[in-house]
Structure formats: C-alpha cells, structure tokens
Design a protein around this ligand. Structure first.
Ligand SMILES: NC(=O)c1ccc[n+]([C@@H]2O[C@H](COP(=O)([O-])OP(=O)(O)OC[C@H]3O[C@@H](n4cnc5c(N)ncnc54)[C@H](OP(=O)(O)O)[C@@H]3O)[C@@H](O)[C@H]2O)c1
Length: 251
C-alpha cells in the first residue's frame, strides 16, 4: 500500500504516518518544516518540503514520491492552520495563513490526488476538518468557518470523484491532544471537553478511511453534543457558542 500525507511533519499527520509505517506500507509526507520530524530513519518513509497552498509544489512532490511506485492508495490531507482567534483576536498574517492552508490547500490536495488517482480508477482521499465546522452559527471563528468550508469542499469532490472509483472521507475530530493544541493553550487542556489521545484518533481515522466512510465525527460524546446543539434555534445557539468561546479564553 502507498500512502501520502500532506501535513505529516507533526501531530495527527505524523502519527498517521507512523501507524501506516508500522504496517509496512510506503509513506510519503510533506510539510513546510522538515526539521520537526523526529524519526527519519525508516526506509519506507519519504519526507518532502512542500506548502499545500502552492499547487505546483504539491503536484510535483506527489509525482516525485510516486516515481518508483505502482500507484497511490490513500491521500490524507492533515495540513491545517489554527490560531487563537476567539472573539476576533487574530492578526492579518494568521488569517491569511489559515485561509491559504485550510481552503486553498484543501482544494490543491484534492486536485493533486485526483490527477493521480483518476488514471488508476481507484483510491481514497481523506481530509481533516474539525467538529467545530459541523455547526452553522453566525459567531463562529474564522478557523471554524474555514473548517466548515473544508467539509463542503469534501462533499463537492466526493460527488465529482465517485464515478472514478475514488472515495472521499471527511474527518471531523473534537479536541486531540497534540503538541500544537498544547502550545496554543499554554499546556493547559482542562477546558477542552472530551479530549482524545492521538493514538485513539489515528485508529478512528484509519478505520474510517479503510471503510470509505463519507464523514466521521468523533469522539462520540462530542458528536452527540453537536447533534443536540444543532436542534437549537440559531439565535440561542449563537449566544451559547459565543459564551463558551469566551469562557474557554477566561474572558
Ligand atoms: N488537535 C486538535 O485538537 C484538532 C482538532 C480538530 C481538527 N484538527 C485539525 O487536524 C489537523 C492537524 O492538527 P494537529 O493538531 O496535528 O496540528 P499540527 O501538529 O500543527 O499539524 C499540522 C500539520 O500541517 C502542516 N502544515 C501546516 N500548514 C501547512 C502548509 N501551508 N503546507 C504544508 N503543510 C502545512 C504542519 O507542518 P509544517 O509546520 O511543517 O508545515 C503539520 O505537519 C489540522 O488540520 C487541524 O486543524 C486538530
């Protein structure tokens, strides 16, 4: 099996790479900063420096990875940019990076994967969105709005790629205990409900891709909380979610 993971230099993407390597698969990863990779001595792992917001870079990286391989089975896009943008506290640079990586990067990854998989008439593409993108409410952060877009982009590609035998799985996780989440919260994750460890996340994500699920929302307690909240009138949902965001930031 041949797997490519965009945004595989740390966190969920890197943990997924280790999971597939442990099964003996050939794994390619990309990110902007290869110095983050702790374990480089696996002959089945190839790491490439590439920014997902650059379409040519993603495509040429994928071609370089596949040059001596017999096709691509799975492409997973884990590349994502998130910042503490609660209540509008976000810089222009952070906003630009979030839009470039989360939206343009998502489209670029779908395009690169589909160019390769269309000829082979099979393959699985997965993208990591976020549970925060499940709910529609006015006061959501820019990050949440980009992740809602990721879910919608995945829907569009799922429909377009189905005739070519290519499946699309959208992943909507709740809080996952990664270095990045810890950095953004000064190592204090007490206010992150239903926190999931990375190993559990990897097992849920890889199973969803294997079963070619359309959408996976986890952990299940978070999924049911979101389903319940979605039944509320939008004005009430807006107030609850805004207060929750401010409570999380101690405002
Ligand atoms: N952790 C959570 O609680 C949580 C919850 C829901 C959803 N998510 C989503 O899950 C994904 C992974 O999050 P994580 O917590 O594992 O964070 P992370 O460790 O920061 O992982 C993000 C990965 O994306 C790469 N990346 C970022 N911008 C990129 C770009 N423009 N081009 C190429 N690679 C890029 C990073 O590598 P470089 O820095 O080397 O580029 C890194 O490998 C993100 O999409 C995030 O939004 C996370």
């Amino acid at each position: 099996m041949t797997i490519f993971i965009a945004g595989g230099t740390s966190g969920i993407g890197y943990a997924l790479a280790r999971h597939y390597l442990s099964k003996g698969y050939c794994v390619g990863i990309c990110g902007r900063d290869l110095t983050k990779i702790s374990e480089k001595n696996d002959e089945n792992l190839k790491a490439f420096q590439a920014d997902v917001s650059d379409m040519n870079a993603v495509l040429s990286t994928l071609h370089s990875f596949l040059v001596d391989k017999n096709g691509l089975n799975i492409f997973i896009n884990c590349a994502g940019s998130y910042a503490e943008d609660v209540a509008g506290r976000i810089s222009y640079d952070e906003a630009e990076e979030m839009l470039q990586t989360n939206i343009l990067g998502t489209v670029n990854c779908f395009e690169a994967a589909r160019k390769v998989m269309k000829n082979q008439k099979k393959g699985s593409i997965a993208v990591i969105a976020s549970v925060s993108g499940i709910l529609e409410y006015e006061n959501s952060s820019l990050y949440t709005k980009t992740k809602r877009s990721v879910l919608q982009i995945a829907d569009a590609y799922r429909r377009a790629l189905k005739p070519f035998g290519i499946s699309v799985t959208a992943i909507a996780p709740g809080y996952i205990d990664t270095e990045k989440l810890r950095q953004l919260n000064q190592n204090d994750l007490r206010k992150k409900p239903f926190l999931t460890d990375v190993e559990t996340a990897v097992s849920i994500i890889s199973e969803a891709i294997e079963k070619q699920k359309k959408l996976i929302i986890f952990p299940s307690k978070m999924k049911w909380m979101m389903k319940s909240l979605s039944l509320l009138p939008s004005s009430l949902l807006n107030i609850i979610m805004f207060r929750k965001a401010k409570w999380m930031k101690n405002d």
